[in-house]
Design a protein around this ligand. Sequence first.
Ligand code: ADP
Length: 196
Amino acid sequence: MPPCGFTKSRGSCRRQSKFFFLVNFAVRAKVTVMRTAIYPGSFDPLTNGHLDVIQRAAKLFDRVVVAVAKNEDKHPLFSLDERLALVKQALHHLPDVEADTFDGLLIEYVVSRKAQAIVRGLRAVSDFEFEFQLALMNRKLNENIETIFMMPKDTYTFLSSRIVKEIARLGGDVGAFVPAHVRTALTNKFAGTLKV
Ligand code: ADP
């Protein structure tokens, strides 16, 4: 296409400029859409398995929000604020990952954060049935939100917050399973309680 000012009339030149403006605008608009994923969970407390999933998700999305669920009915060991603080402290080295809390319907929270996907971890077949049900239910509630499953490093497939709490409660060392500050928090939580 010859450049404006050479062979074009003023009208077609204006149309050409407008065309390029619109193409440029569309390209820029597409480039600036942030791909955001929400990684929801109880994180009671955060383990190295959770961290592994977070790091994998951070490679795929522009922004990952680790969303700590209030989940009072699960009677968490750590309060919502404590769980959030433990997650936040573990994310210092990940600039595109943030921590937040939510209560109520996950899908509404995902929409409110303008996210496109939910990330969940899959450790073993035993996780599958519940996660599958949850993903399909969330899809029923909102067709536009995808659920992505991520498998952790094989050494973390046996790891769960529940097992970590149990070991810590019995006085075992959980240093290999959780970040150092979570280990300290668990030690403090169980300090003074009867070890069975
Ligand atoms: P929830 O109460 O939602 O199950 P959890 O904190 O236990 O909250 O788990 C949050 C998500 O992280 C779930 O998808 C769970 O399957 C996943 N997850 C938990 N532990 C691990 C692990 N060791 N490796 C990978 N994913 C995990």
